[in-house]
Design a binder for this molecule. Structure first.
Ligand SMILES: NC(=O)c1ccc[n+]([C@@H]2O[C@H](COP(=O)([O-])OP(=O)(O)OC[C@H]3O[C@@H](n4cnc5c(N)ncnc54)[C@H](O)[C@@H]3O)[C@@H](O)[C@H]2O)c1
Length: 409
């Protein structure tokens, strides 16, 4: 049945969510506090690399409203919360966006509304921040208001992962809440018995990735010490058709999921007096890789006539991941900062970074098509293997006086 849906937060998760619900013939309002994003969307332009301008125009043609006007989101059938859940500099979860989204809709929901939290967060959040708050207002959850949790699982940069095809985990505060959220999402849902299970499952998925990437990082160190090519070890191991999954070493995992979500769990467990040594050490290994690779880069340049600190260096690719335009928590940006602290001259290139991507202080430019300009550098650090660079990798290598590949494993 056609519903009136409000999506709160029009970022990497929220805007694709709007698209899915419009495609399912619902009437959708996209709400964001960031006026710049709303204005851009209303002009038919996408602020995300993962969504085309044509798609935004299609949404507009189908009557989708993008707004920052709180009055326009009153008394709708469904509210979906897609706001950020970052960590602070001490790796402490910041739930303020969820709190502000709940405050926003507190006096706007109607009897019978379904509220779905999709942001990644620690087990207990939906009950503490939604169920408790709305109960205080006099709602009987599961009777006159419905609350559910369904984590998003999109994989940015992975063209095969379209959120509609990935099974969704769904959980409700009561059976009625669950049946409502299941009905809304339709096929491809996997229901779990309670909210906390769904919340923990999502965090566990990303913690699983962190721990396994950290193991691959350690394999990098082991292989280097034994003078073995880590990429060849991984390829060999990956020929096993069962019981092995290939993860690759990394300068440091970027983005806003894997380097963030596990800390929701360690924070929660520390508060409850439970140790999480494996996750803790995986995080530390991940954090150590930048300095490790920096030493490797220095070693490579020892044969060169110039001192490392006097080198003129180009870095190719600054986003946090291949084919992704987003720079949030990119380790390449941290690498550039470290090099700059040593007064090393750096020029950063990225031909995928999106103009509306999170602003950064670094100047990032595009490469000339013939890659001629690379010849002026003492060293080219190939940091992100965007397809546009991979297609011309041989040319890039030929034009580089000294080439360091951070992406081959
Ligand atoms: N990006 C991903 O690949 C991905 C994948 C799975 C899960 N997640 C999770 O989804 C959630 C959202 O992530 P994202 O990447 O879309 O974040 P994002 O930063 O791209 O977008 C969040 C949007 O919410 C808006 N916002 C903040 N507070 C608001 C409020 N009170 N009212 C309305 N809008 C508000 C921001 O302006 C922003 O546009 C996070 O919990 C994240 O961990 C992200």
């Amino acid at each position: 049945m056609k519903k009136e849906v409000v999506v709160i937060g029009l970022g990497y998760v929220g805007l694709p969510s709007v698209i899915n619900h419009v495609k399912n013939a619902h009437k959708v309002i996209g709400f964001d506090i960031d006026k710049r994003k709303v204005d851009i969307l209303n002009k038919g332009v996408s602020h995300l690399d993962t969504v085309s301008d044509e798609t935004v125009q299609m949404l507009k043609e189908k009557g989708t409203l993008f707004t920052y006007d709180e009055q326009l989101i009153k008394e709708k059938d469904i509210y979906i919360i897609d706001v950020p859940t970052p960590i602070d500099k001490n790796k402490i979860p910041d739930l303020s966006y969820i709190k502000s989204a709940v405050d926003l809709i507190k006096n706007k929901v109607k009897r019978g509304s379904l509220i779905i939290l999709e942001s990644t967060t620690y087990p207990g959040t939906t009950e503490e921040y939604l169920v408790a708050e709305f109960s205080k207002l006099g709602y009987h959850i599961g009777i006159d208001l419905f609350i559910a949790y369904s984590p998003e699982r999109i994989d940015p940069g992975n063209t095969q992962s379209q959120s509609v095809k990935i099974p969704r985990i769904v959980a409700g505060y009561t059976d009625k809440c669950l049946s409502q959220v299941k009905d809304f999402f339709g096929s491809h849902v996997s229901s779990v018995p309670n909210l906390k299970t769904a919340e923990l499952a999502k965090i566990y998925e990303n913690t699983f990735r962190l721990v396994n990437i950290a193991l691959a990082d350690e394999l990098q160190k082991i292989s280097d010490n034994l003078d073995i090519d880590v990429g060849e070890v991984l390829e060999a191991a990956a020929t096993k058709p069962f019981g092995f999954m290939k993860f690759t070493p990394n300068l440091g995992i970027g983005g806003h999921c894997i380097p963030v979500d596990p800390y929701y769990l360690t924070w929660l467990m520390a508060d409850r007096g439970v140790e999480t040594p494996l996750i803790d050490i995986a995080g530390k290994i991940n954090d150590s890789m930048l300095d490790y690779y920096l030493e490797k880069i220095k070693d490579l340049t020892t044969a060169s006539k110039k001192d490392f600190t006097e080198m003129n260096i180009a870095v190719l690719g600054v986003t946090y991941k291949k084919n992704v335009a987003d720079v949030r928590m990119s380790s390449v940006i941290s690498l550039i900062k470290k090099l700059k602290e040593k007064n090393i001259s750096i020029v950063a290139y990225d031909d995928v970074m999106h103009p509306y991507s999170t602003s950064i202080n670094e100047t990032v430019i595009n490469l000339d098509q013939d890659y001629q300009q690379l010849m002026q550098y003492d060293l080219v650090i190939y940091a992100v293997d965007h397809d546009v660079y991979e297609e011309k990798k041989k040319l890039i290598m030929d034009k580089s006086r000294l080439f360091y590949d951070l992406t081959t494993v």
